[in-house]
Write a protein that binds this ligand. Structure first.
Ligand code: PLP
Length: 367
C-alpha cells in the first residue's frame, strides 16, 4: 500500500466529541445530552434559520457554485468590525470552512518542512496538526497557571519560526491573556513572524482586560485574527469562520484557499446571524447563568475548576478522566477528557447542566 509522508503518519487524528446519534445507537438509549464540543445550547440564530428557510424556497440557486469570495458576508463583516481607529476593509477579510480550515491554509501558505511554529500546550490541537501536516515543527510551550506563557512563547521564537498560534481565550482551559501582557509579547515578536490569534470564543469574554487585537493589525503588524460562526452564532454544522488581516496576507492565503470553500447556505446563514444581536445577547445570558450554577455546584462538591471566559469549563480532577467520561457516557452525558486527570464540559441549558451534575455526582462516588 502507498505510504503517507513520514510527517503525516506520525500525526494523531483529531478525536471529535461523540455525536449524540452515535452514542444513542451504540447504547440503545434516548434523551442523551452533549456537552463536549462547545456548541451553543440555544442552537442557531433564529434569524439565520429564517433566512435559510427563505433561501430554500428558491433552492434552484443551489445548482450554482457559491460566491467564492463571499462578497456580501465580507462586506457586512467589514462594516460591523470597522471603527474610526481601526478600519477593516473587505480586502482584510478571508472566509473559511470553519476557522479550522483557515488554520490549515495558514500552515500551507507560510510553513514549509523544517519551519517552526510556536504554540501553547495544552491548546487547540489543530494548531500542531496543521503545522505537522506540512512538515513543520510544532514548538509547544506549557501553560502557566492554565494560561499562555506569552513571555516563554516569545523566547521560543527562532529564525526558523514562521507563525505563533495563540488561542485567546484558550481551549481547553477557557483562560485569557490580558492587554498588557499581550502588548509586551507583541513587542518581542519579530515583524516577519505571523501571530495567529484565535478568538473563537471572542463574544463570550466578559473581562474588560481582553486585548483589542484589531488595533495591532491596523497598526501594520503581521497578525491574523480568527473568529467563527460555530460558537455564539450557533452555526457549527454549516462550517463558516473568518480571518481578519492585512490584505497582502489575505492575497497569499487566497492562492491556497479552495475557490468555493464556504457554501451558499453557510454564507446566507452567517450574514443573518451577524445581524442577530438578540440571539448573541440571549446566548451570553444563558452562558452566564449556566456558569453561575455550575460554579456553585462544583464549589459545594469541593471540585476544582478554572474560571472561564468561554462557554466551557476546564476541571483538573484527582480522578482518571477517561474513566469518568466513559461512566458519564453510559448515563447518556457526553463531555470530554482534556488530559489524564482533567475534563472539559460545555455549559449547556439549565436542564442539561443539572443532568450533568446529577450524573457526575453518581459516577464520581465510585472513584
Ligand atoms: C480555539 C478554537 N479554535 C477554532 C475552533 C474551530 O472552530 P470552527 O468550527 O470555526 O472550525 C475551535 C473549535 O472548537 C476552537 O475551540
Amino acid at each position: 500500500m502507498i505510504k503517507s509522508l513520514e510527517y503525516v503518519s506520525s500525526i494523531k487524528p483529531y478525536v471529535p466529541g461523540k455525536p449524540l446519534s452515535e452514542l444513542e445507537r451504540e447504547l440503545g438509549i434516548t434523551g442523551s445530552i452533549k456537552l463536549a464540543s462547545n456548541e451553543n445550547p440555544l442552537g442557531p440564530s433564529p434569524k439565520a434559520v429564517k433566512a435559510i428557510k427563505g433561501f430554500m424556497k428558491g433552492a434552484q440557486e443551489l445548482g450554482r457554485y457559491p460566491d467564492g469570495g463571499g462578497y456580501y458576508l465580507r462586506s457586512a463583516l467589514a462594516e460591523k468590525l470597522s471603527s474610526k481607529k481601526a478600519p477593516v476593509a473587505i480586502d482584510n477579510l478571508v472566509l473559511g470552512n470553519g476557522s479550522n480550515e483557515l488554520l490549515d491554509i495558514v500552515a500551507r501558505t507560510f510553513i514549509g518542512p523544517g519551519d517552526e511554529a510556536v504554540m501553547a500546550a495544552p491548546s487547540f490541537v489543530v494548531y500542531s496538526m496543521a503545522v505537522r501536516s506540512v512538515g513543520g515543527i510544532a514548538v509547544e510551550i506549557p501553560l502557566i497557571e492554565y494560561r499562555h506563557d506569552l513571555l516563554k512563547m516569545a523566547e521560543a521564537v527562532t529564525p526558523r519560526t514562521k507563525v505563533v498560534f495563540i488561542a485567546n481565550p484558550n481551549n481547553p482551559t477557557g483562560t485569557m491573556n490580558g492587554k498588557d501582557e499581550f502588548k509586551k509579547f507583541m513587542k518581542l515578536i519579530p515583524d516577519n513572524v505571523l501571530v495567529v490569534l484565535d478568538e473563537a470564543y471572542y463574544e463570550y469574554v466578559c473581562d474588560k482586560d481582553y486585548p483589542d487585537t484589531l488595533k495591532y493589525f491596523c497598526g501594520g503588524r503581521d497578525i491574523l485574527i480568527l473568529r467563527t460562526f460555530s460558537k455564539i452564532y450557533g452555526l457549527a454544522g454549516l462550517r463558516i469562520g473568518y480571518g481578519i488581516t492585512k490584505k497582502e496576507i489575505v492575497s497569499e492565503m487566497n492562492k491556497i484557499r479552495e475557490p468555493f470553500n464556504t457554501n451558499t447556505i453557510a454564507q446566507v446563514a452567517a450574514l443573518n446571524a451577524l445581524a442577530d444581536k438578540k440571539h448573541v445577547k440571549n446566548s451570553i445570558e444563558a452562558n452566564e447563568e449556566g456558569k453561575t450554577y455550575l460554579y456553585r455546584e462544583f464549589d459545594s462538591m469541593g471540585l476544582k475548576y478554572v474560571p472561564t471566559q468561554t462557554n466551557f469549563i476546564y476541571m483538573p480532577l484527582n480522578m482518571d478522566s477517561a474513566k469518568i467520561c466513559d461512566a458519564l457516557l453510559k448515563k447518556g452525558v457526553i463531555i470530554r477528557p482534556a488530559g489524564p486527570k482533567e475534563i472539559r464540559v460545555t455549559i449547556g441549558l439549565p436542564e442539561e447542566n443539572r443532568r450533568f451534575i446529577e450524573a457526575f455526582k453518581s459516577v464520581s462516588a465510585g472513584f
